[in-house]
Design a protein around this ligand. Structure first.
Ligand code: PHE
Length: 354
């Protein structure tokens, strides 16, 4: 009897003292496992006389039940403590600042494009798109470039090798083919802008082989040059966030507009910087004009009923002017120092409209 009491006291103390679940399991195995002390006692019942067994049986079984119950209680306590410890170790403080790392930025061309889209969208223009690889018809013929005319070479076109039918696709030299695609797929009235990449074999301070244009097209009844001039002047003063930008319209020639003009913005290029609103230099930013009647006819519209104007901005050039980059070639050189200096945060708010 006293040996059972001692064993009970020892086991209970060991259970209560187990510091974690593994230690508790070790105690359980030492008592109730196959080789355990209580298991040995239970086995010994088989070799006892019936009288002895009647007396010892309930005592040994009682001891087993007591120890089992004690273990269950201790296990619950230890499991709760283990869960608390795990939760504490996995705790994330979401109010801490993120670890420092390299952050990307928005290219000034993309930033400028976003600003332009915001201004034209407010004027009621929708955004249209077309492919970078164009066929000759959309890039030239439909736009009234005569066949074999040197005007096709004027654009320093990148031609593809002729395909099976002998047709040479081109990298579009301007976004004007989107005018054609839009007029052929939508009924007027039309009011779209079409931003995108354009390509010409040309490279100097204000030219790169790939650059970005934003086409504009308005087709409606009784549209005239005054609408065009108002639209461009309004855009320019909103874009530069000042009424003090001086522009000039020069007569020009484009096969797809009549009359045609180019608009320049006054700037100063001295000292390796470019500044607007001052100086004696001009930077051409947009070609424009009234849509040529032959282009309307090529696109299935009756010029007696519909007229329109079109314009094509150089997006990168507007970015240079607004943000002071002196050389267009730097914009696409992928120089990280340049990108870090001129790039924009994706969270920078757009300038206020109107
Ligand atoms: N496509 C012309 C260019 O690339 C610009 C332009 C667009 C001119 C629309 C008139 C009308 O130079």
């Amino acid at each position: 009897m006293s040996d059972l009491s001692t064993l009970a006291a020892d086991l209970t103390a060991a259970v209560d003292a187990a510091p974690d679940l593994a230690a508790l399991e070790a105690v359980r195995v030492s008592a109730l496992g196959k080789q355990g002390s209580i298991s040995a006692l239970l086995k010994s019942l088989g070799s006892m006389s019936p009288d002895e067994r009647r007396e010892r049986g309930p005592q040994i079984n009682g001891l087993r039940d007591t120890v089992q119950a004690r273990i269950a209680v201790r296990r619950e306590v230890l499991e709760a403590a283990a869960l608390d410890a795990q939760l504490a170790s996995e705790r994330l403080d979401l109010t801490l600042p993120p670890p420092p790392r390299r952050r990307g930025s928005l290219h000034p061309t993309l930033r400028t494009l976003d600003e332009m889209v915001a201004i034209f969208a407010e004027m009621g223009f929708a955004v249209a798109e077309g492919p970078d690889i164009e066929d000759d018809w959309h890039n030239f013929t439909a736009l009234n470039f005569p066949p074999k005319h040197p005007a096709r070479e004027m654009h320093d076109t990148f031609f593809f090798h002729p395909d099976g039918d002998g047709e040479r696709k081109v990298l579009r030299t301007h976004t004007s083919p989107v005018q054609v695609r839009t007029m052929m797929s939508q009924a007027p009235p039309i009011r779209i802008i079409a931003p995108g990449r354009t390509y010409r074999c040309d490279s100097d301070q204000t030219h790169t082989p790939m650059f970005h244009q934003m086409e504009g097209l308005v087709i409606d009844r009784a549209i005239h040059m005054g609408h065009l001039k108002w639209t461009l002047d309004t855009f320019v003063s909103r874009f530069f966030e000042t009424a003090g930008v001086t522009t000039r319209f020069r007569p020009h020639h484009f096969p797809f507009t009549e009359p045609s003009a180019e608009m320049d913005v006054q700037c100063d290029r001295s000292g390796g910087q470019i500044r607007i609103g001052t100086g004696s230099d001009w930077l051409e930013v947009v070609g424009c004009g009234m849509v040529h009647p032959k282009v309307l006819v090529n696109c299935g519209l009756d010029p007696a009923e519909w007229q329109g104007f079109a314009f094509g901005f150089g997006i990168d050039r507007l970015a240079m002017l607004k943000y002071g980059m002196p050389d267009l070639r730097d914009m696409f050189a992928s120089d990280v120092r340049w990108l870090k200096h001129y790039g924009f945060s994706p969270f920078a708010a757009l300038p206020p409209l109107g």
